[in-house]
Ligand binder design. Structure first.
Ligand code: 2P0
Length: 350
């Protein structure tokens, strides 16, 4: 009978107010610009990692389906597990079972919650330290936005610097610092055309505006950061919209152009401006997809939802509030029957 070391973790998606877009040419997966995000409550990825000597290769089961060995997601998961094996001295392959309780087509960075949950569960299962900074650095090496989901509330991640080996996000303010609400206008079902990693690589390689984006991003990040600390909604909205629009401008100027928007995306931007003109607190941000995330206050959330649902092309809305960071969960939280015996919860070793 093989001995299994197992742990389960839960992590949440985050939405960047100051966008990350582009990697340093040096180092390993270092962001070219600083970013600042809000981790969301109410949507979660739950991931169980089981190191098992009887496995011949790492396995990934997503939402109840086994992914093929050569799939991009399987390769990225195996890459993170390789780092955990190298750091812990373990040699066993692992079975990873993961599910999201939110639709991946919502345009939320599901890779952020996925790799934050994987980094924490794999660290715990292998007996490595599970402090958020270590989990954040491990997650960042596979997916930069995942570094931010290690923490809850308002989270920042500086740009990479020459010589950086470890780079972790840091918490800026807890989730109850500022009771914002976010309403996501879903404008298309199904996966996006170009993934974030490919999109930013293409932008960096071909867009004459990419250097301008990298030059502009640090000042926008500082504006976002100051507005969050001061709870200044108008200042945050101006800086966050500028960050999103300049990020997208860099991609639109790539060759060939990378345009994530649909007509409905632009209609939502116009609706948010109309709302603001009528005195409703609202600003938008857009990630690598056609959906629009609209930040508002809890008091105005219902009015914003109604206004967005009335925009032609908006299929539905999803609402969320700031939430907590990645955490370990009890054994069995994934709700999947486990394989071989010898199960260990939390950070227990083999
Ligand atoms: C962000 N995005 O700051 C930005 C805004 C999308 C647009 O972080 O290559 O999946 O895995 O490091 O983290 C999405 O990029 O990219 C992202 P990789 P990731 O949220």
């Amino acid at each position: 009978m093989s001995v299994v070391s197992r742990a389960t973790a839960i992590a949440h998606p985050n939405i960047a107010l100051a966008k990350y877009w582009g990697k340093r040419a040096y180092g390993h997966n270092l962001p070219a610009v600083p970013s600042l995000s809000v981790t969301l409550a109410g949507m979660a990825t739950t991931t169980e990692v089981a190191f098992d000597a009887s496995l011949e290769r790492d396995e990934l089961h997503l939402g109840g389906a086994a992914l093929p060995e050569g799939a991009e997601a399987t390769r990225r998961v195996a890459g993170l597990l390789d780092r955990v094996r190298a750091a812990s001295g373990r040699r066993e392959r692992a079975r990873v079972v993961s599910r999201n309780d939110f639709p991946t087509a919502a345009g939320l960075a599901s890779s952020a919650s996925a790799f934050a949950a994987l980094a924490l569960a794999a660290s715990a299962a292998a007996g490595l330290p599970t402090a958020p900074a270590q989990v954040s650095d491990l997650a960042r090496k596979t997916s930069v936005s995942a570094a931010r989901s290690a923490f809850g509330g308002f989270v920042e991640l500086r740009a990479g610097r020459p010589g950086d080996e470890a780079l972790a996000a840091t918490p800026l303010a807890p989730e109850d610092h500022w009771p914002l609400a976010v309403v996501i206008a879903v404008t298309r079902e199904g996966p996006k055309d170009v993934g974030s990693s490919d999109g930013m690589r293409h932008t960096a390689a071909t867009s004459p505006y990419f250097p301008a984006w990298v030059d502009a991003a640090p000042a926008l990040f500082e504006e976002v950061r100051a507005a969050v600390l001061a709870r200044d909604f108008a200042a945050l909205g101006a800086a966050a919209e500028a960050s999103a629009l300049r990020m997208h401008a860099s991609s639109i100027a790539a060759a060939p152009a990378l345009l994530y928007w649909t007509g409905a995306t632009v209609e939502v931007l116009a609706a948010v401006r109309r709302l603001r003109g009528e005195g409703t607190p609202a600003f938008f941000t857009i990630d690598a997809g056609p959906h629009v995330k609209v930040f508002t206050t809890p008091e105005a959330q219902g009015a914003v939802e109604r206004a967005l649902l009335a925009v032609p092309g908006v299929l539905r809305t999803i609402s969320a509030v700031p939430g907590g960071g990645a955490r370990l969960a009890p054994a069995g939280a994934i709700g999947t029957p486990s394989a071989s015996g010898g199960a260990a919860d939390g950070s227990a070793g083999a």
